[in-house]
Design a protein around this ligand. Sequence first.
Ligand code: E4P
Length: 217
Amino acid sequence: MKIFIDTANLSQIKEINELGILNGVTTNPSLMAKEGITGKPAIFQHYKDICEMVAGDISAEVVATGFEEMIKEGQELAGIHPNIVVKVPMIKEGVKAIKWLTENGIRVNCTLVFSAGQAILAAKAGAYYVSPFIGRIDDTGWDGTELIDQIAHIFKVQQYQTQILAASIRSSNQILNCAALGAHACTSPLEPILGLFKHPLTDIGLKKFLEDAQKHG
Ligand code: E4P
């Protein structure tokens, strides 16, 4: 499973990228705004900076909602760097835009997916990735990982080529569940990724090894 970091924060991207296990970055308008990056020139420059930093898929989201506007913006975003994957929302005009962009050689990540029906539409339109937002489903009291399971099953039996990119991650355990259920990729904030390192027995074991190395060294 590919691991992406879900942030527009350059120092967090750098921290994970230096580990050598990062496969890409996802952003969205809210994550950009959180970093104080506003206005088209600054946003485009920020995407460029991320692309130059990470060798992997970088999702950049359109803010238009009409078909013509989305394909124009999608083309502009794709022009920033070959690794850009254009994020398009799961709406009717979005599905039309996914189809058009895909047919014109631009990879698309269909965002804001909350049901298997939406995932089928994105796959049929040719999306490269479909992003089910599992944390936001959990926030409503339901189990977001069930959606990953359902989509993974449908894509397998229907032989859809679209990759499942589990998004809206809140915990390390959700990353594990997504991997076990066959998600092709998972995008997570920094902390749940760092949480994968943690185990008390690793810390205790290392402490003991280092103490013993002192004794015999
Ligand atoms: C996906 O690409 C989105 O950026 C994302 O994962 C949103 O997650 P949130 O629910 O934490 O905002």
